[in-house]
Design a protein around this ligand. Sequence first.
Ligand code: CTP
Ligand code: MG
Length: 189
Amino acid sequence: MLDLSDIFSIYNLVEAFWLVIPAYGANGMVPLICSFIKKKHRLDFGRNFFDGRPLLGTGKTIEGLLIGSIVGALIAVFMQFAFPYLPWSLSDRPLAIAPVGALTGFLLGLGSMVGDAVGSFFKRRLNLERGRPAPLLDQLDFLFGALAFAMLAVAMKLEWVILLAVITPLIHWFACIIGYLLKIKKEPW
Ligand code: CTP
Ligand code: MG
């Protein structure tokens, strides 16, 4: 049975956050790194959908997909090395910390980018131009993509998914505002 006090417990927060770090990292680093790449290749190869509008649009590139996957894998490898040195024993009950490594990180990064592209597909169908905000879709598309892909390597807990679906939009909005202030992002969303 799902218990709200379990979902919003510090234990669940630590477990869920640990798993999602490579996805957050990939999603955050891609716009930054891509902004330095001059020549990019569109993920939809410039094609339109049946409605005559771009399949995904100019904001989704092959470079972004590759960078997101690599960044996810690199962060997870770093986490794997850091794991033994972190103060897990501070917890008064055993934590179900997902084992992360290159494969899980790669899946989280790639899944983020695929989820993000699926989000853009729906934005284009709704006639939203590239970069226009789609509240909740913009914040959750990458998360669900990342978690769906990570399920190939990790035993996912529903408690993590629910908690992350609640906290990710809040963290995402906060990070976007910072990215906008630092001029990494063009829009504050
Ligand atoms: N990006 C990329 N390739 C991807 C994902 C992101 O090159 N697969 C880069 C693009 O430069 C993009 C930026 O990261 O502009 C921010 O991503 P996002 O906010 O998801 O894209 P938007 O430009 O807002 O486009 P959309 O309206 O389709 O979400
Ligand atoms: Mg956007």
